[in-house]
Write a protein that binds this ligand. Structure first.
Ligand code: RIB
Ligand code: CA
Length: 329
């Protein structure tokens, strides 16, 4: 069995950092590159946070800088959730290494072209880098072995608007391009990163009791996120969307229910960034054929609205948390 190969695209703030750490610490996998995109924080800060995390884990994975804004939209950062530096304002030291030479989009194309069908892509932020790479080189969709997307909200509420999850909301046009590119995608929505999936007070205390540098990092850099989750969302505990997505990429059995559906992304008005998931398969039925021109999107003009994205509908919470603990004990 060849060693699983990963490339991670991230808007590195505190939950991304824990997700990156999990992948770097997981036995017998190779994280070959990290590409950074704007999102939680400006892309330059995301690069600093990613490089700090790589060095904290004692690795030397190259970190490439990507898009600083959306395809059509200016960035809206999430300092309100992750803190001014995105890392709980922990005042971590600056990373030793500079960003890797080259733009993230060029590097994504180059690396996947060199190993078609062999590398798994994990996206933890807005999909701008991926969309730009697809516009430059549409064959990227075939070259990516599979793509785990942290993003969206399948038939449920959003976290940044009533309709949309943050990563998709930041650049809905990019998400629409990626979701209709033909790439093999598993969408992990934020709905799986709430309630019991969060780390509660006891679990955070237990992690701290592991008494390792990475365990302390996991909790410390997410102190703002923990407070914000309570004060802004009124929800208990520490939500970990990116670590859950990486957990599924590392141990696919963490996702206990998944199925293919037609998924489109709204780019307008109050539903901007909404992932419209056809859970019942109605868009493929004949009575929609008459309206398919209204439903069809660029690159999907067959009007058939064939299922294009695999959607995660449930996770094994205990298994997800064990995946995290295994990497920081
Ligand atoms: O909505 C949650 C997502 O938005 C996570 O990836 C978090 O890091 C932010 O990017
Ligand atoms: Ca993220």
């Amino acid at each position: 069995m060849p060693t699983p190969r990963f490339i991670i695209d991230t808007d590195t703030a505190s939950d991304d950092a824990v997700a990156i750490m999990m992948a770097l610490q997981w036995p017998d996998v190779e994280v070959e590159a990290i590409t950074v995109v704007f999102g939680n924080v400006p892309v330059e800060q995301g690069s600093v946070n990613a490089r700090f995390t790589v060095e904290l884990c004692g690795k030397d994975v190259p970190v490439y800088t990507g898009a600083a804004r959306g395809l059509l939209r200016k960035p809206t950062f999430a300092h309100w959730f992750h803190g001014p530096d995105g890392m709980g304002d922990m005042q971590y030291p600056a990373p030793q290494r500079p960003p890797a030479e080259g733009h993230a989009v060029d590097e994504l194309i180059r690396r996947f072209a060199a190993a078609p069908g062999e590398i798994t892509l994990i996206t933890l932020g807005p999909l701008t880098n991926i969309a730009l790479a697809l516009l430059r080189e549409p064959r990227l969709a075939e070259w990516v072995k599979e793509c785990y997307v942290m993003g969206g909200a399948a038939c449920t509420v959003g976290n940044v608007t009533p309709a949309a999850e943050f990563n998709i909301w930041c650049d809905p046009e990019a998400a629409q391009i990626v979701f209709h590119s033909g790439m093999k995608i598993l969408m992990v929505g934020w709905e799986h990163c709430r309630d019991a999936a969060n780390l509660d007070d006891d679990e955070r205390a237990m992690v701290y009791s592991f008494d390792t540098e990475l365990a302390r990092f996991t909790i410390d850099c997410n102190r703002t996120a923990t407070q914000a989750n309570q004060s802004l969302f009124g929800e208990p505990g520490l939500p970990f969307p990116d670590p859950i997505t990486v957990a599924i990429a590392l141990d696919p059995a963490v996702c206990t229910q998944r199925s293919m559906h037609y998924v489109d992304v709204s780019c307008s008005d109050i539903t901007r960034g909404m992932t419209v998931v056809d859970q019942l398969g109605v868009t493929g039925r004949s009575f929609h054929a008459l309206t398919s021109s209204a439903m069809a999107v660029e690159g999907n003009d067959a009007g058939g609205n064939e299922p294009n994205v695999e959607v995660c509908w449930a996770i094994d919470v205990a298994r997800w948390k064990e995946t995290l603990y295994r990497t920081i004990r």
